[in-house]
Design a protein around this ligand. Sequence first.
Ligand SMILES: Nc1nc2c(ncn2[C@@H]2O[C@H](COP(=O)(O)OP(=O)(O)OP(=O)(O)O)[C@@H](O)[C@H]2O)c(=O)[nH]1
Ligand SMILES: [Mg+2]
Length: 295
Amino acid sequence: MSKFGTIVVGPAGAGKTTFCSALISHLRANKRSCFYINLDPAAEEFAYEPDVDIKDLISLEDVMEEMGLGPNGGLIYCFEFLLDNLDFLTEPLETVTEEYLIVIDMPGQIELYTHVPILPALVKHLMRGSLNINMCAAYLLEATFIVDRPKFFAGTLSAMSAMLMLEIPHVNILSKMDLVKGTIARRDLKRFIHPDVGLLDEEVPDSTSHDTPGDDDDPYAAGNVMGGSSFRRLNRAVGQLIDDFSMVSFLQLDAQDEDSVGAILAYIDDAIQYHEAQEPKEPNDEIDTDMGDRD
Ligand SMILES: Nc1nc2c(ncn2[C@@H]2O[C@H](COP(=O)(O)OP(=O)(O)OP(=O)(O)O)[C@@H](O)[C@H]2O)c(=O)[nH]1
Ligand SMILES: [Mg+2]
């Protein structure tokens, strides 16, 4: 028996928890079962009570206090502790059946998705161990990043980094689309949905970003830290890297819009081959065929 799930990842505040809630509402409305896991030890409020909550295993607050760690070091400690106590996840998941979608909400510390090898180990345990969960990652990036093109490409690079590190099916999502709709032409939006490096060349240099005219090449000039020719060359190199790999394109999400959530769920279902594993239902399954009272 297979199990199916999605792990919702992305930078802080990208809308991961909101997306998990919207997804659960949508699944419920469509009479689908869901198993919700919260792995953010700092998360306080949920629209739906998690079936498993990492806070029942370890508290970030306690870790910070007792180990003298900051929030990021504390979070890494919590995940290392989880990896040492995987039964906490394995036991409740053993009974989850194939009609469920397991939804895992993650914290927003970007280092978890870029260079710390904790998440690949966790995902490997869930997918390749006895649990055998077909999983895909849903990587959220805020659509508002598109107003700052270098920032958008940096965010796209982090999505690609997560794809390469996790090595599992991946759905990239531009969240909070409601905040940019109407501010950008459809034709221009397409160039962010399928990131086009040309966007960086077209960016008009900000005339206020240079200390004095002619110092554009000096990477140490304060005004060139986020501008100037060396900054543009760096962004061009990042953009070229993304273009060379040609791996990232985005789906669009407005968490308030049921159709948008449904469309993303369809991609997730496809990526994990959810429907292929479901028992075919007979057309009469739902109809009460009990004739006993008539005898
Ligand atoms: N306008 C708009 N706001 C959204 C949307 N999704 C999330 N938000 C808001 O963005 C903020 C952050 O949302 P969360 O769901 O907490 O983001 P998160 O990625 O879980 O954040 P962390 O767990 O702290 O990393 C909240 O104020 C949400 O209300 C959306 O689709 N549209
Ligand atoms: Mg969250």
